[in-house]
Design a binder for this molecule. Structure first.
Ligand SMILES: [Ca+2]
Ligand SMILES: [Ca+2]
Ligand SMILES: [Ca+2]
Ligand SMILES: [Ca+2]
Length: 406
């Protein structure tokens, strides 16, 4: 089927809406035989309204269409990729763009809705008009605190999972690098921050949805991750909000926290250097009331990592300071409401370059901010160094069409 154009620019934000337009119907009787002539793996087009006559087909990107330029009257995308149809040659998004979703049966055909002059086949919808990954820019932190920094250049980093299940490493200079070629959609939780393996490099922890296993992917120090190691043999689907916390227990190794779904208890899983040790109860109940947990690093400057949580019913943001005994202390309100417009929170360490840890958020459709509204705004909150946050500032409008960031 055909989806609406995904494009938006950073300063003029419009909501990404997925609507069906121009779809004539699946396999309407007169055209059925001709539409089915489109081979699997190909995008096909006809000059007629009903898919009859000479057929155009391609299984690769086409920057120009030669004699087929501006002639498509019916199309079908019999591939497992998104077909991006551009009004201009050379995939120029500034004229007009339409997107046809993957259709592995090759039955959903219709009018392309624009005067097609170039075609691209891509794994994710956002790649029709944007890079696969969003732009992440960070300033150099004055100290090598390490938190949020996978390649030790003192710039905080972000990892993004796209809808095709790939992982992209964003080193903080607006670029991105592929570090996971696929399969990451099998993971129902992704977290990082802190060094679990004891080599001084940040690592990634992931929960496998189908098995409830917990895997450790050691950071290589370059932003990539190495061969995974099993650190939880099962049962992790009973847990919610699995969050890498940093080194709470003070032994130099990073720890995990997670909420037990059935009880609302908050458990600490101490990192041992080779895996996770016996868990310790650090919150006796009520944590199911929180629908986001963020291991934000040391936000109040006492050297211990802290926790931020969002209360679902009120949209409040709470700060829980890490304590010397390996737990969390009395909470402090740091956001009086409205935080439910955030789809996700990213513990980014110190992106602003003042030595204090900060917080990044990605918005839902309900967000309205200055310069950006709707899904996929990146809003940054610098830390005050006390646990509290300064007012947020939208930084980028193109964090939509992804499948998570951490
Ligand atoms: Ca870095
Ligand atoms: Ca490590
Ligand atoms: Ca702290
Ligand atoms: Ca900062």
């Amino acid at each position: 089927m055909r989806n609406s154009m995904l494009r938006r620019v950073a300063t003029v934000a419009t909501t990404l809406g997925l609507t069906s337009l121009g779809l004539f119907g699946a396999g309407a009787a007169p055209a059925q035989a001709a539409i089915s002539d489109c081979p699997s793996g190909y995008f096909c087009a006809w000059k007629s309204d009903n898919g009859t006559g000479t057929m155009y087909k391609t299984n690769a990107n086409r920057a120009t269409l030669g004699t087929w330029d501006n002639t498509f009257r019916s199309v079908v995308n019999h591939t497992n990729k998104f077909a991006c149809l551009y009004d201009a040659p050379n995939y120029d998004v500034n004229s007009g763009t339409s997107v046809w979703a993957p259709d592995t049966r090759g039955t959903e055909w219709g009018y392309p809705g624009n005067s097609v002059s170039s075609i691209k086949l891509v794994p994710t919808e956002r790649e029709c008009v944007l890079p696969a990954y969003p732009e992440w820019g960070a300033y150099t932190s004055p100290t090598a605190a390490g938190f949020g920094d996978m390649n030790a250049d003192r710039k905080s980093d972000v990892i993004v999972r796209d809808k095709a299940g790939r992982l992209w490493y964003l080193p903080g200079d607006d670029t991105g690098r592929l570090i996971g070629t696929g399969g990451w959609n099998a993971m129902s939780a992704l977290t990082r921050h802190g060094d679990f393996t004891g080599d001084g490099r940040e690592d990634v922890v992931a929960r496998e949805a189908s098995t409830g296993k917990l895997w450790l992917y050691p950071g290589t120090g370059t932003g990539a991750v190495g061969t995974r190691k099993l650190i939880g043999s099962g049962g992790w689907n009973a847990m919610d909000r699995i969050t890498a916390f940093g080194n709470l227990t003070g032994d130099g190794r990073s720890d995990l926290v997670a909420v037990e779904k059935s009880t609302g208890k908050l458990w600490l899983y101490p990192g041992t250097g080779t895996g996770l040790g016996a868990r310790k109860l650090i919150g006796s109940g009520g944590w199911n009331a929180m629908n986001a947990l963020v291991g934000a690093g040391d936000m109040n400057g006492d050297g211990r990592p802290d926790l931020i949580a969002r209360e679902a019913s009120t949209g409040k943001l709470w700060f829980y300071p890490g304590t010397s005994t390996g737990g969390v202390g009395s909470r402090v309100l740091i956001g009086s409401g409205g935080w439910n417009v955030m789809a996700s929170f990213l513990a980014v360490g110190d992106y602003s370059g003042d030595g204090r840890n900060d917080l990044a958020t990605i918005t839902t459709s309900s967000y309205v901010g200055e310069g950006c509204r709707g899904v996929g705004c990146l809003v940054l909150y610098t830390g005050k160094g006390t646990g509290a946050l300064n007012a947020g500032a939208p930084e980028d409008a193109n964090w939509m069409g992804l499948n998570g960031a951490f």
